[in-house]
Design a protein around this ligand. Structure first.
Ligand SMILES: C=CC1=C(C)c2cc3[nH]c(cc4nc(cc5[nH]c(cc1n2)c(C)c5CCC(=O)O)C(CCC(=O)O)=C4C)c(C)c3C=C
Ligand SMILES: [Fe+2]
Length: 449
């Protein structure tokens, strides 16, 4: 761990941000604010900070969580971090229902979340006084469990659900005409067994980090800041990324034991990202705020691992269409060899079966569309019937879910034997992820301008 993340060097960021060194803060220290506290008391600090110094000064005054990580992923940038930035190993995602109907309160929340996200992704505590420097008789501004931990490459990625725009037939927050057409209500897919308590949400926050405590701390503090304005609808912990988002990363494995993420879109795929991941400005002026953003599809997919574990290796490989050991396609070669769907074996049957997952998911079968997958394994205890509630928390970022997710999911739900016999979708969400935040701006600013 090194010195201040705003002062040091750093590699170029992959979210279009300047390196940490130039991302830029003026560097008012927490100690400086505490000096003010001596004049008016710590309680006055918040008022001074919020009212007189302005948000930049408050942001700059965040207190270091202790050591500052060299592993800081810049929060600011053209795109939000947590999409093409290298996938970390831990996830805590939370969806929130917005309980206030006050537009100003919602904007205030997004500004407060921005300030907290800037602080936490830099390895700092939240608020002007952090976890232990505030008034003794008031709850601390930061919950404290990340003290002594570094930034852990924390990324916080924010998205807006359909319920932010309209709920129970009523437009909300003056956002009529601003809902992007691509932010559809996902259709019911055959076999869906969605739990309403694990589905939907007006806002989503994806927290990814190297350390689960860092990710959990981040969501917890955002929920605390949102008290009285938002309520957690569902949250999901994940471990063991199930995708690579950079060619520098080794392909990880899912809970079926297979390499997952081999043929994922990766940060290095520049032009393809424009084609398949980054959203355009939409057909109407009202949705221009989404240009450069993306759409996040989340699906909680339970895997029937006990049945899988009694399935032969031959059958497992046929279901996936790749070998379990190396991840090579069944048509031959090594992990990154392109699958050949035409080649047949001794019995004239295709080496990659017609119902294999990789065949049905491949761009050739889906009008050329691709997606950037960024999912995680999960286990949430057991179901009381002797089975683990385990699976894959599928996350994908796509340019437009109508073309880049729904048709592929529909085909899988109908024809993919892996999906039909071994998977059950129990939760779901679709969120519009706005472009990145610039210094001095706030999350989703364009939506409110
Ligand atoms: C609708 C999209 C997809 C869902 C849902 C999905 C679920 C799912 N996938 C696996 C395991 C693997 N998937 C692999 C490849 C793959 N999967 C999708 C899409 C969905 N998967 C795509 C687009 C691809 C790439 C296809 C290609 O272009 O070749 C693989 C192979 C390795 C890889 O390329 O990543 C595995 C293994 C599980 C277990 C699962 C649900 C629990
Ligand atoms: Fe897949």
């Amino acid at each position: 761990m090194s010195g201040c993340p705003f002062g040091g060097g750093g590699p170029p960021a992959e979210n279009g941000a300047a390196p940490a060194a130039t991302a830029g803060k003026s560097g008012v220290s927490r100690r400086g604010l505490l000096g003010l506290a001596g004049v008016g008391g710590a309680g006055a600090v918040a008022g001074i900070a919020a009212g007189l110094l302005g948000r930049d000064a408050v942001e700059a005054a965040v207190s270091p969580a202790s050591n500052v990580s060299s592993a800081v992923v810049p929060f600011h940038g053209e795109r939000q971090a947590g999409i093409t930035t290298p996938a970390q190993d831990r996830l805590h995602m939370a969806a929130f229902d917005v309980t206030t109907e006050d537009r100003a309160a919602l904007i205030r929340l997004l500004k407060d979340w921005t300030a907290a996200a800037e602080a936490m992704t830099a390895g700092h505590t939240t608020g002007g006084t952090g976890a232990v420097e505030g008034p003794y008789d008031a709850p601390p501004e930061d919950t404290g469990e990340a003290l002594d931990l570094d930034a852990g490459r924390l990324t916080l990625t924010f998205g807006f659900g359909a319920g932010l725009f309209k709920k129970d037939g009523k437009a909300r927050f003056g956002l009529e005409g601003r809902r992007p057409e691509a932010l559809i209500d996902l259709p019911h897919f055959p076999g869906d067994a969605l739990d309403p308590a694990k589905t939907g949400g007006d806002l989503v926050v994806q927290a990814c980090a190297d350390d689960p405590q860092v990710a959990v701390h981040a969501i917890r503090n955002l929920a605390r800041i949102g008290f009285g304005k938002v309520r957690v609808r569902w949250s999901q912990l994940g471990f063991g990324r199930t995708s690579s988002t950079s060619r520098a990363q080794q392909t990880p494995r899912n809970l079926f034991g297979f390499k997952d993420g081999t043929n994922n879109l990766k940060a290095e795929d520049g032009g393809l990202l424009n084609q398949h991941v980054w959203a355009g400005g939409g057909a109407s002026a009202g949705e221009a705020w989404m240009a450069g953003g993306s759409y996040l599809v989340a699906r909680r997919i339970r895997m029937h691992i006990e049945i899988w574990d009694r399935t032969s290796l031959r059958e497992q490989e046929a279901l996936v269409g790749r070998t379990k050991g190396t991840g090579a396609p069944l048509s031959g070669g090594e992990e990154f060899t392109a699958p050949n769907f035409a080649v047949t074996g001794k019995n004239q049957q295709p080496l990659i079966p017609l119902d294999a997952h990789v065949r049905l998911a491949h761009a050739d079968q889906n009008g050329g569309v691709r997606m950037l997958r960024r999912g995680y394994n999960y286990t949430d205890g057991s179901d009381g019937l002797g089975h683990l509630d385990a699976g894959l928390f599928f996350i994908a970022f796509v340019k437009d879910p109508r073309t880049h997710y729904v048709p592929m999911q529909m085909a899988m739900a109908r024809q993919d034997t892996l999906a039909l016999e071994y998977l059950k979708h129990t939760g779901s969400g679709l969120f519009a992820v706005p472009p990145g935040v610039q210094p001095g701006g706030f999350i989703g600013e364009g939506l409110f301008s």
